[in-house]
Structures are given as C-alpha cells and as structure tokens.
Write a protein that binds this ligand. Sequence first.
Ligand code: NAD
Ligand code: DAU
Length: 328
Amino acid sequence: MRLLVCGGAGFIGSNFVRVRVRDHGDDVVVLDKLTYAGRRENLEDVEHEFVHGAIEDPRAVTEAIRGADAVVNFAAETHVDRSIAEPDAFVRTHALGTYVLLESARAARVRLLQVSTDEVYGSIAEGSFTERSPLQPSSPYSATKAGADLLVSSYCETFGLETLICRGSNNYGPYQYPEKLIPLMILNALHGDPLPVYGDGLNVRNWLYVEDFARGIGHVLEHGAPGEVYNVGGPDESTNIEVVRRIIELTGADESLIEYVTDRPGHDRRYSLGSEKVRALGWEPEVRFAEGIERTVDWYRERRDWWEPIRSGEYRAFYERQYGRALS
Ligand code: NAD
Ligand code: DAU
C-alpha cells in the first residue's frame, strides 16, 4: 500500500511509519511542516519520501497525495500547555489543515484516517468512555481536535469520503518530545533537575505504548468500516505521581527532586478509554506499562544523541516560560 502520512516526522507518526515500512512493506510519503516537534532524524533509519509542507497548504498536499492509496493524518499541535499559552496554531492546523486535507482526499478519492485523542471526551470520574460518549473537550487543544473529528465525519456523511477516526489514550515510548510528562521526567531525573508535578499529582492517565497505537491505527486503516470511530486505549491506568515515582526508581534519582507546582488550568482529572470496538476488529495492546516504561527509560538513556540538541535548543526557552525556572 502507498500511504501519505501527514505529521510523520513527529513522535507517533514516525513510530507508525517505522512499523508500516518494517512489518507491512508499505511505500510511505511523509508530509510534515517540521514544527519544533517534527524532526527529520526521527525517520533517519526508515525508507520514505519526504515533502516539507503544511497540511493547510493545498499545493503541498496536492503534490504529496499523488498516487497514494490512503492518507493517515497525525499532523497536529499536541501539547495542552502550549494550547493554553498560544492557541493560534492549534486552530489553524486542526481546523484549516484538516479541511484542506479532506478536500484533497475527496478530489483524489482516497480513504483518510484521522488520528485523534481521548481528550475530546473530557474527563471521566468512573468507568470508561465509549465511541458514543459525548464530546466535552476542556482545552483549546482538545476542542480543536474535537472540531476536526466532526469535520472528518461530515465528509463521510455529506460527500461519501471513506473516513476513519482513531482516538488514542496517552502514548509514551521512543522519540517523544520532552515537553510531555514521561520524557520530561526521565530527562530531568537523569540531570538532577526538579520534577514538576501539577496539582496533587493524582490525575489519572491511561497509558498506551506507542508501537501498540501504531499497530492499532494500521489495523483500523485496513479493517475499519468507513465513517466509524475507534477508541484505542492502553492496558493500564496510573496516577501521575505513581509514574514519576517509577521513573525515579528506574533512573536512580532522588525522591527529593519531586516538586508540586501550580496546577494546569482546566486540568482533566482522569482519562479512560473502552476499546472493545477495536478489539473486536482483532487488535490488542501487547506492552503493559511495567515493561514499556523500562524500555522507554532505557531508550532515553541510550539516545543522548537524539535529545541533547532538543534540550539545548528552543526547548530551554519553552521550559523557562512554562516552569519559571531554567534547566541545568
Ligand atoms: P507530535 O507533536 O510529536 O508531532 C506532530 C507532528 O505534526 C510533527 O512532526 C509536526 O511537525 C507535524 N505538524 C504540526 N503541524 C503541522 C501542519 N500544520 N502541517 C504538517 N505537519 C504538521 O505529536 P504526537 O504526539 O506524535 O501526536 C500525533 C497525533 O496523535 C496528533 O494528532 C495527536 O492529537 C494524536 N494523539 C497523541 C497522543 C499522545 O499521547 N501523544 C495520544 C492520542 C492521540
Ligand atoms: O490523552 C491523550 C493526550 O495525551 C494527547 O492527545 C496529547 O497530545 C498528549 O499531550 C497527552 O496529553 P496530556 O495532557 O495528558 O499529557 P501531558 O504529558 O502533557 O501530561 C500528562 C499528565 O501529567 C497530565 O495530568 C499533566 C501532568 N503533568 C504534565 C507535565 C508536562 C505534570 O504533572 N507535570 C508536567 O510537567
């Protein structure tokens, strides 16, 4: 299969491209704007074609989509804290970008899979969200992702475009930009920097190893029914403070590095996804959190070459703005 993978130079996109080329022999064209989160080096070990461009640019998309059998869209702004500080790019990429991509897929008559998130459902105190749960997003990030999902579904209803939506829970694993909880805590622990825990640290996330999500997306692309939404949730839930304590054990850092800081505005308390629908299609997560977190800590220990340029670049300024202190 020849795939156009938008946002394929980011964390999940690059893992997806690796899985598809390695395990399925797909031909892949990556279209990516290369924002701070998009990195060519994430794909240096994988054969692919690369087009540097934005999904909101009709010319770039028209060039990249030529000859594709399907489009998988990972392209997004993905950090909730950045969406609170500066929402503009979130609106542009998720609303305008998704629209341009849908128009191109419609003209080319190819199936489009939109990669989405459990955050569109908002927070849930007990039980798990199903695909029928109402959309109640809390942040500019999740609200614009929810808007994109609705637009995608409308193209199936109105124009008969073959669309699919995969809503994933919190991913972790290799190549994740260290603004997100797990890589941020691993790198800070390795450097002896404080570990900033928001609020009381008891918010719960449903952790999904990135290769499991990548396989799930490929599975839905091949076997999903057009017009349908599939939740893809991880096998384990954990509070943030439990995650941070496990990272402290695995890195040998000192507990005294934990620092409780001001909570994120509108912070969702708990995410939990029911994945029965995608399981019925034949997908299962393979990596439990206990194993995945060890693999992830090992990867960051070994791949200094990957994170050192990040930790000494734009990230330092972002970190100072966000946490009001400098990194060591
Ligand atoms: P990421 O921030 O690591 O990567 C995003 C990629 O999109 C980058 O390569 C970036 O350069 C590219 N991009 C951004 N704006 C673009 C634009 N306008 N045009 C083209 N490319 C653009 O993100 P990620 O964590 O890999 O997330 C990928 C997708 O998965 C997103 O849609 C996100 O909402 C969704 N998702 C993420 C998680 C998670 O835990 N990280 C969970 C569920 C769903
Ligand atoms: O649920 C899927 C979503 O997971 C994706 O759609 C998003 O793109 C992705 O960023 C992620 O969102 P979260 O807000 O859950 O992830 P983040 O890593 O930012 O935070 C995880 C939890 O950790 C959350 O409760 C906030 C907390 N946290 C985060 C950071 C960065 C802290 O306590 N301290 C921190 O420094």
